[in-house]
Structure formats: C-alpha cells, structure tokens
Design a protein around this ligand. Structure first.
Ligand code: IVH
Length: 681
C-alpha cells in the first residue's frame, strides 16, 4: 500500500471514529440514553485525540475534539444576521391572549388555524449557521440585526451538534440557520453557584445571568466548564428545503440532533392553548429550566407569511407570560450575615410579601458593590424577585417613592458577631476572627448538610443553639454530644434527641469525597472534593500532599492548591481530623472501606502507570485500583513512568514506552500485580 493510500485509510478511520463519537455524544447529551459506558466513550475519544496528534493535518473544525480548541479572544467580532432575529409581543392575561387569537382569525379571514405552543425559555437567543451540515458560525441575537460572533463558546456546548446528525442519510442542507435559546438548567445553576461560593468568587443572581455571563467569556475554556445547554425553536434561512409547517421545522431540528423542548404541543382549539398555559404554569417549578411563559405560534408557514410582522415582532406568534415572580415591598432594615468563610453579606429585611405563594421577608444584596450599584437604602420601596427556589433578590429600587427619610447603609468595619477586624478582598468583606461564632455555626451547618455528612434532622436552629450554649466548638464535637446535652436545648424532646443521635451515628459512615467536602476548605466545593477523592488514597495522603501533587490534578489551580495547603497546616485542622477519627468516622472509596484497606500491602506505592489501548476492565476501574494502592496514573509516557499497561490496539504511547525503555506489561500481568488486592476489595 502506498503512503497516500495509507493516509486515505487513516482518514477514513478517523472519520468513522468521529461519526461514532458524534452519535454517542447525541445519545448521551441530547437523548439522555447512552448506549455505551463512559469508559468506552472516553476510549473512543482518546483514540481520536491520539490519532489527531499524530496526523494534525487531518483535524477538522467539526471534530468532537475541537469543542474547546480555540485560544482566548481579545474581543468578540460583530455578526450580522441575514434575516433579523425578531422579538415577541407579549400578553399576561387570558383576555389579552383571546383578543390576540381573534385578531389572527380575523386577519386570516376566519380560516382554520392550528397553533404550536412551546415553553418560553428564559435564556438567551442564539443563531447557529450550518453549512453543508457543519456548524460554522454562532452568534447572539444582539439588537436583532447584529449580534456578537461567539462561535468558539457555542462549540463547547455539548447539545449543540458540531455537524448534523442525519439518520436518514440524506445529504445535509447547503445552508441552515438554526435559532434557539442557550440556558443553564436550574439544578446545574445551583451547583455552579455553590462551587463559585466555595471558591469565594462572585455568584450569579439567577440562571439567566449565569448563562449570559458564561456564554460571553473571552476564554472558551471557562465557557466549557459551565453547564450550558441549548434548545432549538426555529430557523432563519434554509436553503434546499421548504417547510410548510412550524411543527415540521421542530421535527426536522430534532432529527438533525438538536434538543427540542419535550413540552411542545399543537392545538386547533384555542381553549386548549389556555389549558396548556395553566398546565405549564403548574409545572414551572418542577422543570429543570426556567421559563417565563409560553409562546403561541401559528403552525402554517403560509399563514405566517400572510400575517407578516409589525415593528420587529411577528404577528404570527405571541408570548403569553406567567405572572412575574416579583413584588414591591419595603426595606425595613439592612443587616449583615456572616458566612462560613467569614464573608459579610448584606441582607435586606423586608416587610413580608407573598410572591407566587411563598412569603418572602429577606433578600440578599450580595455584597457592598452590588448594594451601591443598586443604591438600596433602608426605607426604600424595592422590587423583589423570587426565581425558582433561588434566594430572593432585590432587583431594583423604585426611586420615585423616596421621601428623603431613607437611610444609606454602610458595611461595618468590624464583624457584627465577634467584633474581629474585617478585610476587604475585592468586592467581598471578610471577618478574620478565628473564633467567630457566626462562622462556626455556618461551618457546622455545612458539615451536617445534605450534600456533606448528611446528618438528617439536625436543623439550623439546633446547631445555633449548640454553639450558643458552648456545647460544640468544632464540627467533630457533634459526635460526642449525649442525649443529656441535647435535652438541655429548648423544645427538644426525647424522641427528637434520639433521632439526632441515630442520624449522627449513621452519618459516620460516609464517602471520602463527602468528608472532604464537609471539611469546608475554602475554594473546595463538591466538585473539587470529588476530584481530590479520586486522586488521593485517603485523608492521610491528602494531608501530606504538596503543592506539586495538588497542582498536577487537572482543574486544580494555584489558588485552590494553596487554600488546601493552608487548611491542612492549621493546628485546628489536625485537631479536627483527630477528633473525627476518634469519634469513629469512616469513609469509603468507591465502595471500599479504607480502614480495611489499610491492612492491604501498598503494592504499587509511588509507582506511575500509563494505560494505553483497550483493556477488558473499565479504564476508570483500573485507574482507581492503582490510586487506591498508592500508585499514580499519568496520561502520557515519560522517563518517570514505571509501567505502561498496553491493551489491544495500543498506539503511540506504546512506541514511546519502547523508545524510553519503560517497562511494558499487558492486562494479564497487571491483573496479577494487583490480584491479591482486588480480591480483598
Ligand atoms: S420564537 C419570531 N420561541 O423569547 C419569534 N422565542 O422575545 C422569535 N424565547 O428572543 C422567537 N423561548 O430569546 C421563540 N420557544 C421560543 C422561545 C423564544 C424563549 C425567547 C427568545 C426571543 C424572545 C422573544
């Protein structure tokens, strides 16, 4: 076979691999129905990466490896939409929406009309251009005519196909402009904020702001780390295809691999549209994405064309909004709350107000800069918003209601709880007191919380009382509480006390990652905790880690590494860990009790392994065995590698190992090496 022919074969092989990855990506992210294991997917992906490293000239912009390929930008370019992106007129009452329907019927001369109804997603409108089925340009709506070119950021979103996924095998359209909404799911938004909060970074007020802040990052790596998602709801130009119904457009988009809201319906009777609005409104709090109403669209494109548009909004569609989760109320006071890391947060104490069924009496003002920007004063009338179950927020001040009696608020220069000095770090003011009871309360609340040690039934009030009565001076003290201690607390009955004791006992058996998270190390949220748990054998190993060990973990940066080191250097940490151990706290790693594993010989202590090619046990499992036994896993072969475990079809890493003279073993030998241990695990 000639060189060129060989190259052709590689090209075909790579193309085939890409197709497979696109397909499995679609199954996983869009359909939520993966067909293969994560490990298998990783294997395909790594194989493609390896081949592309070897043949960089074969890399294409739509390769799955190119989702985060681009370098940070200085600024975004402008992008002119070939067909303006319209906005929607909106109505809020049933009367108004009925009037709309009547108007449409009149204009169409009383013809039969079918409506397509969709949720109105509260995110950001985007346009994605596909040429011959390949994603080429993505842009924001901007002013409707010109938006920003944010292609490289949109490419990082897994539910945006890099190329059409055409089941039918029909050639893709020469040009299709897909329109839809970028958003962050509510559950992911909460995780993101928790993570940002743990790192002491600015949190987002709501999922929409989080999506906006994430999609407009100049560094696509930051965007890639944000849980952005995309729903398609329409098209701009479409060459080579005539759609006759909007429903058909949605169906086509779905078939091309886009996520289309599963909540869409079509109705001929307008009363059904109204019923749908009611139903979706009820569902609003259970959906994992924020919606602020429904969009009603005339299904027939021919009818749409006859209706046309009026001042930048189509006549063939209307937004029928839900009542805003906003109310006016008065700021009775502004108080300062001290968090777990000592951050002082200004909180507005409000005249209680009902917002869609929930009484709101406090709202966060985030920090001093935010407070100044919004210019909130004590006595002001403000607009308060409750977005999903996110903490209520002061949106704006109604300045026209000011009487002159309002008082400005200044952040204190001492901690309002312990009187210690405060330090300003960017927008955040922090109490530096080491024995601040407010911080202690928050640390213990965090320690006992659902996603940390999960001590069921140990509520915030009880924790506050325990600290106030000096019954606990750190989180580990919880475990030495007796029933008598608990019974000393107000409104504590025998049964509740017993329940708390039982829950504490239960919580002593936890996982390594939960325990790390529970410690409340600054900058270490749930995600970082699980990374640490994956990379260190046990607490002892983590405690002894140095800067290099920590920084060598992808995703862990200098700031996080330093914070971890600082945490373990403290005398109070050593004390806390000792007390936790004495109290009988045990953690499991991937189902293995470390206490039992201690007895197992650390066969692989200090040895570095590299895996290449296909082995029969899942890669993740093999890696975790190595780590559990005190070894390390690297992704590339170097002189410091001790063993290369080569499976079937091992590639360049095997060659590298041969060149460097690194010991190469096969899966069988690896199994023998770890066998004794695997048995006891
Ligand atoms: S259709 C010609 N459908 O609402 C109609 N828009 O004010 C253009 N939106 O900018 C939009 N969900 O950001 C449409 N299912 C949906 C939508 C939707 C959310 C947003 C979009 C648009 C704004 C219109």
């Amino acid at each position: 076979m000639g060189v060129e022919e060989g190259k052709e074969a590689v090209k075909r092989y790579i193309e085939d691999l890409r197709k497979k990855i696109h397909y499995h990506n679609y199954r996983y992210y869009v359909l939520n129905e993966p067909e293969i294991s994560d490990a298998e997917y990783d294997r395909l992906f790594k194989e493609l990466e390896e081949l592309e490293r070897k043949y960089p000239e074969l890399i294409t912009p739509d390769s799955p490896t190119q989702r985060v390929g681009a370098k940070p930008l200085e600024e975004f370019g402008a992008y002119e939409h070939s067909i303006p992106m319209l906005s929607l007129n909106s109505v809020t009452t049933e009367g108004e929406v009925r009037d709309y329907d009547e108007r449409v019927r009149r204009m169409l001369g009383g013809e039969e009309i079918e409506y397509v109804v969709e949720p109105k997603i509260d995110g950001l409108a985007m346009e994605l251009v596909y040429e011959n089925g390949v994603f080429t340009v993505g842009s924001t709506r901007g002013d409707g005519k010109t938006g920003e070119n944010i292609t490289q950021n949109l490419k990082t979103i897994k539910t945006i196909p890099l190329r059409f996924f055409a089941e039918t095998g029909a050639p893709p359209l020469p040009l299709l402009e897909v329109r839809g909404e970028v958003f962050i799911p509510v559950s992911k938004f909460k995780e993101l904020n928790a993570e940002l909060g743990a790192r002491g970074e600015k949190m987002f007020a709501n999922p929409r702001n989080a999506a906006a802040g994430s999609v407009r990052q100049l560094d696509p790596r930051v965007t890639a780390s944000r849980p952005l998602d995309f729903f398609a709801y329409g098209v701009g130009r479409a060459e080579g295809k005539e759609f006759s119904m909007h429903w058909e457009v949605l169906d086509y988009l779905q078939r091309m691999g886009f996520k289309v809201s599963p909540v869409i319906r079509r109705f001929k009777e307008f009363k059904d549209v109204i019923k749908y609005h009611e139903e979706v409104k009820e569902k609003r709090d259970v959906l994992d994405y924020e919606i602020d109403g429904i969009v009603v669209k005339v299904n027939s494109i021919e009818q749409q064309n006859r209706l046309g548009m009026i001042s930048r909004s189509p006549r063939w569609a209307i937004a029928y909004k839900f009542p805003a989760r906003e109310e006016f109320t008065r700021v009775n006071d502004i108080q300062v709350q001290v968090g777990r890391t000592g951050a002082l947060t200004p909180v507005a104490i409000l005249a209680p107000v009902q917002i869609s069924g929930v009484t709101v009496s406090r709202a966060t003002l985030h920090n001093e800069d935010e407070l100044r920007k919004k210019d909130v004063r004590i006595g002001d009338t403000v607009v308060v918003e409750r977005a999903g179950d996110v903490i209520p927020e002061v949106v704006s001040v109604i300045k026209s209601k000011r009487t002159g009696a309002e008082r400005e608020f200044r952040m204190p220069d001492r901690c309002p709880v312990c009187g210690a000095e405060v330090l300003k770090e960017g927008p955040i003011v922090r109490c530096i007191g080491v024995s601040c009871s407010a911080q202690l309360k928050e640390r213990i609340k965090h320690f006992a919380s659902l996603r940390a040690m999960n001590v069921e039934g140990l509520g915030e009030k009880v924790i506050e009382l325990l600290v106030d009565r000096n019954l606990v001076s750190d989180a580990a003290d919880l475990f030495s509480l007796t029933k008598r201690d608990l019974l000393k607390l107000e409104r504590m009955g025998d049964k509740s006390a017993q329940n708390i004791l039982d829950a504490m006992e239960k919580s002593k058996h936890t996982t390594f990652s939960r325990l790390i998270h529970a410690l409340g190390i600054r900058h270490v949220g749930e995600h970082t905790a699980s990374l640490l748990a994956d990379n260190f054998r046990d607490m002892e190993a983590l405690r002894n880690a140095n800067y290099e060990d920590l920084i060598s973990i992808p995703e862990i940066g200098p700031e996080v590494a330093k914070s971890i080191l600082l945490f373990f250097e403290q005398g109070s940490t050593k004390e806390l860990l000792k007390k936790l151990e004495r109290a009988g706290v045990r953690y499991e790693k991937k189902g293995v009790r470390v206490a039992e594993e201690e007895e197992v010989k650390k066969a692989l202590e200090g040895k570095t392994f590299v895996f290449t090619g296909r082995i029969s046990m899942p890669r993740e499992e093999a890696k975790s065995i190595v780590v559990r036994l005190g070894g390390k896993v690297a992704s590339s072969v170097s002189k410091r590698t001790d063993f290369v475990v080569a499976g079937e079809e091992a590639g360049s890493k095997l060659e590298q190992a041969e060149t460097l003279g690194v010991k190469i073993i096969d899966e069988e030998e690896f199994r023998v090496m770890v066998k004794e241990v695997v048995k006891t695990v």
